[in-house]
Design a protein around this ligand. Structure first.
Ligand code: GLN
Length: 558
């Protein structure tokens, strides 16, 4: 018989400590920010941490989901298309994560089934339990080891009590019974209020969530009470009594003005001390100073800078809207903090400029405008109308992926005399295909092989000196994350250049155009990137292009 290829639950590396974060009552209460914030405060105590997300759906990755349903697809350096919470972890921990840090029900089953097909189970019946939870545990250990982490945080998607995440909770139970002293379970639970002022907080739903956890053999160690306001003493006492945790382990997690205040709020309740004590770890430092300084800057920068984001996923309510573009939103915030401004962000549905082209004038109200990434035809002509106005009226512009491609189309049509120019994504019969499918993508499209087949993840680019891009980056070689199938058609580079468009960044072999811009002499800031700079912006190190764009916007808004 072949030896089992996966370690059993009991044989994990002794030194790894596990903090699981699960959600109670309902989704959308901020498990991701809670996980990222716990990671941050432990990191500030000198502990080596990493963070993982488990998503309970059958999709193998997050690349095939519509952003209005699931929020933004985040992309890692290694090309993994994953949940937006991975972006929160990267931003809070200021660390690049890898595909080892992300899993879905689909990816786990896929791997176990493939191993079964390879006869790796030696003739055994591959039952769901224990083999699925064992695969989960083995992936957690692998990610922790790869990151050389002492503590691995694992956020389990979904809400306790639903079918979907039951096997992940079983993994927690198995790991905990093997290593009771190494596993901590945190419940992030919604505490609703019926009164208008949000003060009459109700703990009953949380009590039920704790019962749900009990019914799968788990007792929570720490409860985060997510409520509009801080929990009062009475509420903490009640949760403590009814849910079997001490009062000190009920952590108040009120709505915060800025996400970046959440770790600081947790430390007001000495959370890192409690966690370290429970896991038997000794702190080596206590340094949240840079984070505190950031929070202070955000709070005290009151002069506004007005940013418009022109796109198409804007018709499904504010909540999902912010979720679909969370990295763009955060990168704007980072750049604004660097410029000591308070960003006021407005969403502009591009289709309105198709119905009523004159209404594009409203764009003059903004200090800067972004056209973010996107796919498909809806709203595209409206975006092109907007970009023409932005270019002609010298409003600072940042185009992200589709926003770069459409700015190229706009320039081709209106400045380079290529009437009817387009991207072949929208019009395959255009007389001037200035944006065209990359040759290696053609087969994927023909085979309908859409999952994880785009040009994905980090690629290097060379930056040309004496350009806006070089001014922002200050270096010749960069690495940025991608997610696209189309590119600037090499046949049109020369004619676009002749009419004044500058390609300031390109792949080191000079084949793929990575950054386009207009010279400072004709426009204060007009830059488009084939990659997604927003994916690499961090609160403590804002992305150079967002920093430069927000600086230009702040100058316009003076
Ligand atoms: N739809 C374009 C492409 O596939 C742009 C993609 C994007 O904006 N992420 O190339």
């Amino acid at each position: 018989m072949k030896k089992p290829t996966r370690a059993p639950a009991g044989s994990s590396n002794k030194r790894i400590k596990y903090i699981f974060v699960v959600g109670g009552v309902m989704s959308g209460v901020g498990k991701g920010i809670t996980t990222a914030s716990i990671g941050k405060i432990l990191q500030a105590r000198g502990i080596r941490v990493t963070a993982m997300k488990i998503d309970p759906y059958v999709n193998v990755d997050a690349g095939t989901m519509n952003p209005t349903e699931h929020g933004e697809t985040f992309v890692l350096d290694d090309g993994m298309e994953c949940d937006q919470d991975m972006g929160n972890y990267e931003r809070f921990l200021d660390k690049d994560l890898s595909r080892a840090n992300y899993m879905t029900t689909g990816s786990i089953y896929l791997e176990v089934i493939q191993r079964e097909r390879n006869l790796e189970f030696g003739g055994k019946c591959v039952s769901v339990v224990p083999y699925i939870p064992l695969e989960v545990i083995s992936r957690i250990n692998r990610a922790a080891k790869l990151a050389n982490a002492e503590v691995v945080l694992i956020e389990v998607g979904g809400t306790v009590g639903e079918y979907e995440n039951i096997l992940f909770l079983e993994a927690v139970r198995m790991l905990r019974s093997a290593h009771p002293e190494d596993v901590l379970l945190c419940l992030v639970s919604y505490i609703p209020s019926l009164s208008a002022g949000g003060t009459e907080l109700k703990t009953k739903p949380t009590q039920h969530a704790v019962r749900d956890l009990n019914s799968v053999g788990l007792q929570t160690d720490i409860i985060f009470g997510r409520a509009p306001v801080p929990l009062d003493k009475k509420r903490k006492e009640k949760i403590s009594l009814m849910c079997g945790v001490t009062e000190d382990d009920v952590i108040s997690s009120p709505n915060a003005d800025s996400l970046y205040d959440v770790p600081l709020n947790f430390e007001k309740e000495q959370l890192s001390d409690r966690i370290l004590m429970k896991l038997g770890l000794k702190p080596r430092a206590h340094d949240l100073a840079p984070w505190k300084a950031l929070s202070h800057t955000i709070r005290t920068s009151t002069k506004e800078v007005k940013i418009g984001v022109v796109g198409k996923y804007f018709d499904s309510g504010d909540f999902m809207l912010a979720d679909s573009y969370i990295s763009v939103l955060e990168a704007i915030r980072h750049g604004a903090a660097a410029a000591k401004r308070k960003p006021v962000i407005e969403w502009i549905e591009s289709e309105q400029f198709e119905r009523d082209p004159v209404s594009v004038k409203q764009l003059s109200r903004y200090d800067g405008i972004i056209v973010p990434g996107g796919f498909g035809a809806r709203g595209v002509e409206g975006k092109i109308t907007a970009i023409k106005y932005i270019r002609e009226h010298k409003i600072p512009y940042l185009g992200l992926c589709y926003g770069m491609q459409l700015a190229t189309v706009e320039f081709a049509r209106h400045k380079a005399g290529l009437k009817g120019a387009h991207t072949t994504e929208i019009n395959p019969a255009t007389p001037y295909p200035v944006i065209d499918i990359m040759p290696d993508q053609k087969k994927n499209m023909a085979d309908k092989s859409f999952g994880a087949t785009m040009r994905l993840g980090a690629y290097p680019a060379a930056i040309e000196e004496k350009t806006v891009a070089f001014g922002a980056y200050g270096k010749h070689l960069i690495s940025e994350r991608h997610r696209h199938r189309y590119e600037v058609n090499p046949k049109y580079i020369e004619v676009l250049r002749q009419h004044g468009l500058v390609f300031s960044g390109f792949s080191p072999d000079r084949r793929l155009m990575e950054i386009m811009e207009l010279p400072k002499s004709v426009h204060p800031f007009f830059v488009g990137t084939q990659f997604h700079p927003e994916l690499k912006s961090r609160p403590l190190s804002p992305h150079p292009l967002f920093r430069a764009f927000m600086k230009a916007a702040a100058e316009k808004g003076k």
